[in-house]
Design a protein around this ligand. Structure first.
Ligand code: NDP
Length: 475
């Protein structure tokens, strides 16, 4: 691990095996941090907060983030190779993610010296009032296994831009790229303790950090159960949180949609990362006029997906990252059949990786009703549920009838309809004639049970700032 700018072995001496999900074999060992390591990390981050990090000017802090961006660019291929083994995401997808990641760090590095505050003309004579934006303190970033370093960067870059120091606790299933990132932070020349990486179990070191008095705010991405545990513990200590908890995002395709663009985008929206994506477009609503044609073309598209070796450039879908998730998806498939959904398509695993591993091909279910589990719950796997609708009002009602509200897709050539409907959809992101576009520059986050707080864009930096109001009286 990296704590206080130094390599740090777990005080307990215990290590955990990290499995390659394509083979289910241990391919790396990670430290199993304990409460004692949490204590050291919190102390290091707290010392840097008021010390070396605070002493740098905003321009100097931004320059370090630019240097880190250059190192991420240098090591992009290595990071892609690490994640492909650690979480099974296809190398083609990882190369795109890591090609963009340096830009993310440059965006937030560029914001560091632009956090202007206000002079407020309060309604009294002889008073000069102004505000300051100050860092909230030590930020704990708890990250999941699906896009470990991208999601860690969504949290750490804006926190550093705000002047905070950080501790990252990656998922025990995919910690390796974040551990390499910690080395790059040291190489870039950040002061000791500004970014600390602690690995191990959420219920052990994770909880110790959430509860730690020196941790001021927690930003979490993961499932509802983990999110509830973390936010409940944080609330007990009156600690604010940012929660990104996934979704069950609807994609609505109207009769007038450009199917040549919609079909491949819908397929990528659900099947990339084997559906293990918070914004996966897992509920497809097709208007009656294009229902049959769309479904036929979508199945053709899904049939062409290569499911196999994540390290092969032609693979579009790798394995499921964890056995628990694999079994969870199987239970969803079982229930979908039990509850009467029709499996309109089930893909096959490619011959480029013939046996072993946690592979699950794409599934498309029709005959789905709003009560079915496959329609209501997040599967977090390559499983698409399809429903037919007739009218615009019906589509909106079905789309919004969900406890989640992370994202929604809308396909239409009718500009009036697009302008009407984007306001109606209860989701933190609405994609019109597109899907899954994500940028460092625009906020991402959930409505309803998909979470609260925002990542990316200038709003992400505000999550890690607190405002001080300063009054001066003069005569
Ligand atoms: P979790 O939500 O359990 O894990 C996310 C992160 O939180 C991990 O680093 C985990 O640590 C940590 N964590 C879990 N519980 C606690 C706790 N009590 N205190 C502190 N940290 C904690 O995800 P799972 O891997 O269990 O996946 C479960 C479900 O979450 C999936 O089925 C999927 O639906 C959803 N999910 C959503 C994601 C998203 O992008 N929104 C990403 C991943 C999963 P560790 O695992 O190392 O113990």
């Amino acid at each position: 691990m990296q704590i206080g700018g130094k390599a740090h072995n777990p005080r307990s001496g215990e290590w955990l095996g990290s499995l390659n999900p394509a083979t289910e074999e241990v391919w790396a060992m990670i430290p199993r941090a304990s409460v004692e390591d949490a204590e050291v990390a919190a102390a290091a981050a707290h010392e840097a907060l008021r010390g070396a990090w605070a002493k740098l000017t905003p321009t100097q802090r931004g320059a370090l983030m630019f240097r880190l961006a250059d190192l991420l660019e240098r090591d992009a291929e290595l990071l892609a190779q690490l994640d492909a083994r650690d979480n099974g995401k296809p190398i083609s997808e990882l190369r795109k993610q890591y090609a963009y990641l340096p830009q993310h760090w440059r965006y937030f590095g560029g914001l560091v010296d632009k956090l202007e505050a206000q002079v407020i003309p309060v309604d009294r004579n002889g008073v000069f009032n102004f505000t300051r934006h100050e860092p909230v303190g030590v930020v704990l970033a708890i990250t999941p296994w699906n896009s470990p370093l991208v999601i860690a960067s969504w949290k750490v870059a804006p926190a550093l831009a705000a002047g905070c120091t950080t501790i990252v606790k990656p998922s025990e299933h995919a910690s390796i790229s974040t551990l390499h990132f910690a080395k790059l932070v040291a190489e870039a020349g950040f002061p000791a303790g500004v970014v600390n990486v602690v690995t191990g179990y959420g219920h052990e070191v994770g909880e110790a950090l959430v509860a730690h008095a020196k941790v001021a705010k927690v930003t979490f991405t993961g499932g509802e159960a983990g999110g509830r545990a973390v936010s409940t513990l944080a609330a007990k200590h009156l600690k604010p949180t940012v929660m990104e908890l996934g979704g069950k995002s609807p994609v609505i395709v109207f009769d007038d949609a450009d199917l040549d663009r919609a079909v491949p985008t819908v397929a990528v929206g659900i099947f990339s990362s084997s559906g293990q994506s918070c914004v996966a477009g897992s509920r497809l609503l097709l208007q009656a006029g294009i229902y049959d044609e769309f479904l036929r073309r979508l199945i053709d598209r899904a049939r062409a997906i290569v499911v196999g070796d994540p390290l092969s450039a032609e693979t579009a879908m790798g394995p499921i990252t964890t056995r628990a998730q694999f079994e969870m998806i199987q239970s969803h498939l079982f229930d979908a059949h039990e509850q009467g959904a029709i499996c309109a398509f089930k893909g096959e695993r490619s011959s480029n990786f013939p046996s072993g591993g946690l592979f699950l091909p794409p599934h498309i279910f029709t005959g789905v009703t709003p009560q079915m589990r496959v329609w209501r719950e997040e599967v977090f796997g390559p499983v698409l549920a399809v429903m037919r609708f007739e009218t615009e009002a019906e589509a909106v009602a079905i789309a919004n009838d969900s406890p989640f509200g992370l994202a929604a897709g809308l396909w239409t050539r009718d500009l009036d309809r697009a302008l009407r409907l984007h306001k109606e959809l209860q989701a933190g992101t609405v994609w019109i004639n597109s899907y899954r576009g994500v940028s460092s520059m625009t906020p991402l986050g959930g409505f309803k049970r998909s979470g609260f707080g925002r990542e990316n864009g200038q709003e992400a930096v505000r999550e890690f700032l607190q405002t001080k109001s300063v009054w001066m009286e003069y005569q």
